[in-house]
Design a protein around this ligand. Structure first.
Ligand code: GTP
Length: 338
């Protein structure tokens, strides 16, 4: 079975980091997000993965090849020359699926979840579905797309960004789908179109059989910086299920060639990337520091995410900050106090 990863978005909510690195290539516990997805798919025997890209495709080329080589999986980039959205990106990948007769998996490039893929595929076959959508339950679905199903889990309705009175269920689209290859012919080529907001409702109206399967395990879409930070900590703590490539229930992780000088205090959960230096007497608390960052002496970093190639000079206090790649923080920079 093949899989398609939809990885072409600009990731605007994860700026400034996505200005330099596309979201699927940002590190989660020091491993590119896309590796976690490859690992999930490989766990279920999928060893041929098409990655649909549009934003900064050149950054994918080298990284994807390197990861795929190490993991012994086959990958192809399906490149979109103009922004096509999730539906257009899906349609653009058709050449890689045109020989397929079997259902295949589609996964959003920003989702980590320990879905039971075997169960979802079995359900798809049993129902003779055209599309099966992985669903997850969420407390406040107002900023998501609600999916309403009947007692057989047949999808009845899609409601985007529901108003309070429209919230009649708590199941949302989890960004994992099983498709039958025939669906390609239902989507116009070369058009910017959303799979979740336009393609699915139109297909439902046209009588296609769309089902949902509720996933009760770990699930996150790494959409915002706050969620990015949380996902890193979840991975560190081994909460992400089968993806726990790295997390062993630790609270601290430092990447290759990183050096902590004397009297460094680590409080709460802290992740440091590769090739970093943390100076004497620094305090790091509940923070993520990406690769190649130099932190001089007596610096405090708290509740923050620090990008790659950053330099933070002596006696600075970084508190509740998002520091872009290549930032230079001069000595004694700190939040205002009374
Ligand atoms: P925001 O700009 O912060 O909303 O992020 P995003 O661009 O990633 O959009 P969104 O979170 O809605 O996208 C969900 C998934 O679809 C992500 O994995 C995106 O990479 C992917 N995606 C979004 N737009 C495209 C596109 O035009 N082509 C492809 N191939 N994938 C896309």
């Amino acid at each position: 079975m093949k899989a398609l990863l939809l990885s072409g978005g600009k990731g605007t909510r994860l700026r400034p980091f996505t200005l330099t690195t596309p979201k699927p290539l940002l590190p989660i516990a020091n491993i590119p997000l896309i590796t976690w997805q490859f690992e999930f798919l490989r766990h279920y025997g999928i060893t041929e993965i098409i990655v649909g890209v549009g934003y900064k495709p050149e950054s994918f080329k080298k990284t994807v090849e390197k990861i795929a080589g190490k993991m012994k999986i086959k990958t192809h980039l399906s490149i979109e020359n103009t922004p096509l959205g999730t539906g257009g990106g899906f349609r653009n990948a058709y050449p890689f699926f045109k020989e397929e007769t079997e259902p295949f998996v589609v996964l959003n490039g920003d989702v980590i979840g320990d879905f039971n893929l075997n169960q979802i595929i079995a359900f798809h076959r049993e129902k003779g579905a055209d599309i099966t959508i992985g669903l997850t339950k969420i407390n406040n679905p107002s900023s998501y797309g609600l999916i309403i199903t009947d007692s057989n889990m047949g999808v009845k309705k899609f409601i985007e960004k529901p108003k309070t009175e429209e919230i009649v269920c708590d199941t949302i689209n989890a960004g994992l789908y099983i498709f039958t290859p025939e669906i390609f012919s239902e989507i116009p080529a070369g058009k910017n179109i959303s799979i979740e907001k336009e393609v699915f409702p139109a297909l439902l109206k046209n009588g296609k059989k769309i089902y949902g399967v509720i996933h009760n395990g770990y699930w996150v879409d790494v959409g915002t910086v706050a969620k990015y930070k949380q996902t890193n900590f979840d991975a560190l703590e081994g909460k992400t299920g089968i993806y726990s490539i790295r997390g062993q229930g630790d609270n601290f992780l430092a990447g290759d060639n990183s050096v902590l000088k004397e009297d460094v205090q680590i409080k709460g959960r802290v992740i440091i990337g590769n090739n970093c230096v943390v100076g004497n007497g620094c305090v790091l608390e509940e923070s993520i520091i990406m690769n190649n960052t130099i932190i001089r002496d007596r610096v405090v970093i708290k509740n923050s995410v620090v990008g790659t190639d950053v330099a933070i000079e002596n006696d600075s206090v970084i508190d509740n900050m998002i520091l872009a790649d290549k930032s230079l923080v001069r000595p004694f920079t700190q939040p205002m106090r009374d």
